[in-house]
Design a protein around this ligand. Sequence first.
Ligand SMILES: Nc1ncnc2c1ncn2[C@@H]1O[C@H](COP(=O)(O)OP(=O)(O)O)[C@@H](O)[C@H]1O
Ligand SMILES: [Mg+2]
Length: 264
Amino acid sequence: MLSVRGLSKQFTSWRDDLPPAVSQVSFDIQRGTTLSLVGESGSGKSTTARMILRLEQATAGTVLFDGQDVLTRDAAHLRDYRRRVQVVYQNPYASLDPRFTLEQIICEPLRAFAIGDRTEQRQRAATLLQRVGLPVTLLGSRPAHLSGGQRQRVAIARALALEPQLLILDEPLSALDASVQKQILDLLAELQGELGLSYLFISHDLAVVRQISDQVVVMQAGRIVEQGPAEQLFRAPANAYTQRLLSDVPGQRYLDSLHFQVAI
Ligand SMILES: Nc1ncnc2c1ncn2[C@@H]1O[C@H](COP(=O)(O)OP(=O)(O)O)[C@@H](O)[C@H]1O
Ligand SMILES: [Mg+2]
């Protein structure tokens, strides 16, 4: 579905010589699977995502989506790409406009792409709300009335409105409580199974990544230090940095302690 080769970003500053934010990043995402990008804050995960989305111009490298070159495309082709690739951000408090009802929020991409009439758009919003596990009665509500988990469900519903093939999820769980994180992870897995979606899942939390990934790419200071099938990487991390990330997973300790409590 997505093939990234040699992707690099050098930000420039008049004051300092900045190190590259992203350097020679390459990976493939197969259709219907999840690739996770992990690494500590500042390792270049979001910049990589933003280059793939063409929100940031790459300094070097190529991105192929469904075999088509994304970075050199003209506006007409880019429009099609923007339909097929959607993004969900970390903070559902900042990413949903508080002035709009959920119906307006979910229908916005449909309006932007002139898909369906008002009735069809409303119907689609209702279907999407149900699909992400929220009652249709919330269509007229505003984000202020929702919990963090509910807001992230709405953000996912909006991202699904245009029937994309790839979702880029940039730390989608980081603002949520552990119990809510699990619910959203389950929802994402369910949607992937139902809709055959591909995910680029960005996280600094390996406990979360472990549950959702087919492939894992570990980044440090803009470079890939390790990549491979999730199961293999978690069983036998080859790189010292990955090992350090793995040994410092508070989420995992929390889950282990829950199992312990259940056991006793
Ligand atoms: N617009 C920008 N201008 C200059 N430097 C930036 C900009 N955006 C990000 N960076 C730098 O690029 C590096 C990678 O950042 P980012 O991709 O946000 O990392 P992550 O998402 O892994 O936390 C960081 O050192 C960050 O300070
Ligand atoms: Mg980031």
